[in-house]
Design a protein around this ligand. Structure first.
Ligand code: NAD
Length: 432
């Protein structure tokens, strides 16, 4: 199949390379000419395990191409995937301006019947509005479908190639047929392909993210309660996670969820719900709990030190989660911003997100290229993102480097007893 992908970010690049890998001919377009120039030079603009090899293989086989001219990904293709960003607008709703601009271009530039598929996360009803927008300009027949993406950054290639489920939302049988054919290689047992109407597909994506965010906020609030009543959230987590109705995943207390999806999607869903006259009280509470949780580490630091002015804090982990360089809405940023605001000095290290951190902080933060260098003469270490590199560090070496052996384990990855036995003052989340 000849396919176009518009928007070559985390989703568009993974999807484009993934589709090419099944033998399709894919052209990926992006408005960011610099990003496309890098991709053409063989550079991968994001850190995502396995992606570089997948892109290289398919570029070498001439199945995957990149262009900064969006019309090149529209003309002459059987299907166009819209994978542009849908960031949060000032009032909380999803900003769909990039989606409308692509839809308009499709209406004007399509050269024959085309299936237009939305991969971006978009509010319920967007497929209908895309149909109207294209229809205002179209000279050829077209069909619209919603195919929300569920990949996880950090494991995106695996998620794309071996999805738990593929959601296809389309009312037009031609779009359904095309997407069934396209996904056949990865959903060989058909029970993983869920075909439904476009509105249900659009809502499924928001519902999935809101449910996962709910589990996180629930555990974070419970962790705060555990601290007050002398319980250990880690034991509670294991205790409830072994119930198959609950399951063990997404029950980790921490410093709040971040990233480019959960925060904005939780807000956009609330907006949709309020507009529809069916407010989602649970989701609103999830959002509030998360805002509060992002301040928890700074509060713990303040309680320990009394005042933070002039205190030097080492931060390990800046990306919003391990195995990605994505720092959008990362809890580490909320912490570092607060520390700088109150006059603390910050050293920070992340295995992949240093470029993003440098762009944001410049020399306001001591950004170092070795995790241990961050500790030098710091009054405390705060672990914010649980990269593998931080799981079994050399605690003896750390103690020698730190001015004071104080650790704040924002992800509960270390054993409090072990650290206390080594002479550390240990603080976790929701544990004694
Ligand atoms: P991203 O910011 O990494 O990439 C979006 C790309 O679209 C950028 O490269 C940008 O330059 C390009 N773009 C913006 N406007 C354009 C236009 N008019 N024409 C051409 N290109 C344009 O975003 P992302 O993380 O890939 O997310 C894309 C969408 O997928 C969002 O709706 C997001 O919510 C959703 N999503 C993201 C993830 C994830 O883990 N990142 C997972 C599932 C769904």
């Amino acid at each position: 199949m000849r396919l176009g992908v518009v928007g070559t970010g985390y989703v568009g690049l993974v999807a484009g390379a993934g589709f090419a890998d099944f033998g399709n001919e894919v052209i990926c377009a992006d408005a960011d000419a610099d990003k496309i120039a890098r991709l053409r030079r063989g550079e991968i603009p994001i850190y995502e395990p396995g992606l570089e090899a997948l892109v290289k293989k398919n570029v070498d086989k001439a199945r995957l191409r990149f262009t900064a001219t969006v019309s090149e990904a529209i003309a002459g293709v059987e299907a166009i995937f819209i994978a542009v960003g849908t960031p949060q607008a000032a009032d909380g709703r999803a900003d769909l301006s990039a989606v409308w601009s692509v839809a308009e271009a499709i209406g004007k530039e399509a050269t024959g019947f085309t299936v237009v598929v939305t991969k971006s996360t978009v509010p319920v009803g967007t497929a209908d509005r895309i149909r109207e927008t294209i229809g205002r300009h179209a000279r050829h027949d077209f069909a619209v479908a919603s195919n929300p993406e569920f990949l996880k950054e950090g494991d995106a290639v695996n998620d794309f190639m071996k999805p738990d489920r593929v959601i296809v939302g389309a009312d037009d049988e031609r779009a359904r047929q095309l997407l069934r054919r396209l996904y056949a290689p990865i959903v060989r047992t058909n029970d993983r392909l869920h075909v439904m109407d476009a509105r249900s597909a659009e809502l499924t994506k928001y519902a999935a993210n809101a449910m996962l965010a709910t589990r996180i906020s629930f555990m974070n609030e419970l962790a705060n309660l555990a601290e007050k009543v002398g319980a250990d959230i880690e034991k509670v987590r294991r205790g409830i996670g072994s119930d198959p109705r609950i399951g063990p995943k997404f029950l980790f207390a921490g410093t709040g969820f971040g990233g480019s999806c959960f925060p904005k999607d939780v807000k956009a869903l609330q907006h949709t719900a309020r507009e529809a006259g069916a407010p989602l009280g649970v989701v609103e509470a999830v959002d509030r709990a998360n805002d509060a949780q992002k301040t928890v580490l700074a509060q713990k630091l303040l309680r320990h030190f009394g005042k933070l002015q002039g205190v030097r804090i080492a931060v390990w982990g800046i990306s919003f989660k391990p195995e990605t360089d994505d720092i959008r809405e990362a809890p580490a940023l909320a912490l570092i911003d607060r520390l700088l605001e109150v006059g603390a000095a910050v050293n920070a290290y992340d295995p992949a997100a240093m470029d993003g951190a440098r762009r944001r902080y410049g020399d306001r933060v001591g950004l170092v290229s070795d995790m241990y260098d961050a500790l030098y003469q710091a009054d405390a270490l705060v672990l914010v993102t649980e990269w593998h590199d931080f799981r079994r560090p050399d605690f003896g070496r750390m103690k020698a480097l730190l001015a004071r052996p104080v650790v704040f384990d924002g992800r509960n990855i270390w054993d409090p007893e072990e650290l206390r036995a080594l002479g550390y003052t240990y603080y976790g989340i929701g544990r004694p």
